[in-house]
Write a protein that binds this ligand. Sequence first.
Ligand SMILES: [Zn+2]
Length: 373
Amino acid sequence: MIQLPQIAPWLEPLWKALDFGNFPNAVLLHGQSGIGKFAFSVELAKALLCENSSDSARPCNQCEACHWFDTGNHPDFIALVPETHRKLLPRGNYEGDDASKKGKSSREDDSETSEKKEKKNISIEETRSAIENLSIGSHRGGNRVILIYPLEMLRSDSANTLLKSLEEPPENTIFILLADRVDRVLPTIRSRCRLLTAPRPHREQGLAWLIEQLGAISGLKVSNADIETVYDEQGGAPFSVLSSLIARHNKDDKDELSISIQATRYLLQSMAQGVRINWLDTAEKTHKAQYGFLLAAMQRWVSDLQSVAQGGVPRYYPKHLNTLEGLSKMASIPKLLQFWRLLVQARRNENHPLANRIQLESLLSQYQQIFGV
Ligand SMILES: [Zn+2]
């Protein structure tokens, strides 16, 4: 199993600003998905449970509490997270069911989609029983820590139960709440938490960190160009890139991700042609990749194009600044906006692609029209 670093370098200032001597009873850590919030909050939970009296170096990694935490057996740590994130918790906090599924193909047919969706959610039963049991004191007599992620996925009945606990916090209980989209969190919950904003790293910092992490994984060979492509694809979220590349490393996902990376590269090269795009050829060469992956790349490209057209800087493809500038001068802004709306609409239906190739052809021919055909 691969051990991820707990505190990413770009989150260190946030960590250093924490005051363990006077910690609020609820924090809401929010920021873009895939930048290391989860690992940060697991380390935070450990620090809050550490029983070493000195405040300077938490967690101490030596006391009994730290030991219990690392072995996944701390009785006062409750993690309400979906199955997809349970494997990122210290050993034992998950029931080890992942190993049995490893051999299973990652390809899933439609009948499994709802099951997959369920795994991304927090179990309702679990939430209810965890929160209801808070009236009982902590096992070790110290803090009790409850980590909830993703907070925006909490169903309304669970959210109400949580809200009640936040209004009348049980003694020595600290809530670590995590959200990718803070605007989707109930304002009543938000207002009862200390907000911690997790920043995204600068591109150079994120890439350097990734290259270091990947270098430490034996047998994983990936070119820096591929790392950069996936990095930009995933909106500059290094932890997402890391797990994508690790997934690719595992046989099941290797082909699918490679196809998507190559197709995206081809797609971007074509879109860079503006009015000269050969959309029939592009659709032909890319339609076997995941449709959602292609749409996301188009969205990023068009988003950069819009931003450059308005005198801003590209967020996703800074390397292509010159191309974007050239294209933006030829683009019709209303048509660009119209195309953006088309993409948003297409993304809503991306899980039901009837005929990827035809849809791609249609989208790309409309892209061409932005540049005045
Ligand atoms: Zn400790």
